[in-house]
Ligand binder design. Sequence first.
Ligand code: AMP
Ligand code: ZN
Length: 477
Amino acid sequence: MAIESIRLYNTLTRKKEVFKPIRKDRVGLYTCGPTVYNFAHIGNLRTYIFEDILRRTLEYAKYDVRHVMNITDVGHLTSDADTGEDKLEKEAAHEGKTVWDIARFYTDAFTSDIARLNIKKAKNLVPATRTIENQIALIHELFKKKYAYETTQAVYFHVPKFKRYTRLSRQKLNEKIIGAREKVITDPEKKHPADFVLWFKSVGKFKNHVMRWPSPWSEGFPGWHIECSAISTKYLGQPFDIHTGGIDHINVHHTNEIAQSEAAFEKPLAKYWMHGEFLLIDAAKMAKSEKNFITLNTVIQKGFNPLAFRYLVLTAHYRSKLNFTWKSLESASHSLEKLYEFIRELKTKKGSGVKKSDMRMHSVVEKEFRMSVFSDLDTAGALVNIWDLVRAYHKNPEAYNPKTILDILYDFDKILGLGFKNVKSETIPAPILKLAMLREQYRKNKKWEEADKMRQELQKHGYTVEDTPEGPRVKRV
Ligand code: AMP
Ligand code: ZN
């Protein structure tokens, strides 16, 4: 049973709304997946982290989340407006591999990236090329309802016939609706410039397109948007609860998905639409086409824990831009290490049963944390709640049971995914412990000079000793 209300910003209404699932206790969540022609950059990964926080928050609230994500392995052209080359076929030629190899390689790279970031994998991770039949059936439906038409080159969705086309984007149809990057209209038979491709025929520039399937409209391959309409409906039905992606999807991809699905089945596609803001670099959007992108491998090669990047993403609200700098990553890494250190400290202490003050604190802290995440996924606020807890503990450690604090942190980490449970208590080598014990003996005997020498010796080996009410504690500097 879900208990509290979660408020989420719905792009469709431009308002924060109380989340009410269509079916009691169950949530259908569709998140647009990667185009697998290259490594994901950390901007893409920011969007997947936001979606992961959303999923985990819903699960924390006891909803049974059915999460579906597509893998775009065909049909996404170098321009979102149906012009240019197929991204995968272009990369295959560039790398001298088959297009299937490219798809497999970068799909694996994607799943390994998300695993390293503690992003939960969708229950159904569905490549577009596995649902061609469903996509053809959907296009067929659009023909029946007279939303689709055929030219020598392709099958199109006729936009002016779908009256609610700009409901999500709130743009004017004669404004920039077909994607900022479109430069040329390549098909003279196209009825309206906003019409978008449902099916590319293997003719003209696509004569040698490797990925191709038979269809009622000649051999070819699907347009980019139809896969998401077909996959979401197949796995989640229509309407389903929440559909997400990066903000660049609002004007083209999601607008087109809505048009296809709602025209075909005459009911809404999804109830809530949520969009993550961009990760910037030097104040510009990080994008594969701009060559300004950083991958997770680079982050790791530079010596960072991938979860430091996750921490950095959580410091900003998902609807705010976040400018990436190596300095900001360093500072996130430092904060995360401090939290890990705090967890190690708690682990070394023995709990002494739950105290009354503990119980009170537990419910207050938990309430604040839930208030943060349940109010449109305020992860920055949630981190502040955690640091408040760390400070409260350090101010008066006697008042708390370390075990309770640990349990609270583990509980919060079900949403934050910062790997708190995997923090190993550091094993201090025996010779180091011996030095620390010697120092303690000297101290007890008031031999301050010798005790100091031991401290210096420890420092030489990269350790320091802290005198706590429970006795000395050795830790790494
Ligand atoms: P793609 O693989 O290009 O289809 O993009 C995958 C996801 O990343 C989509 O949801 C995009 O909206 C999102 N995205 C692309 N660039 C950025 C960026 N710089 N910051 C955040 N998300 C992005
Ligand atoms: Zn999509």
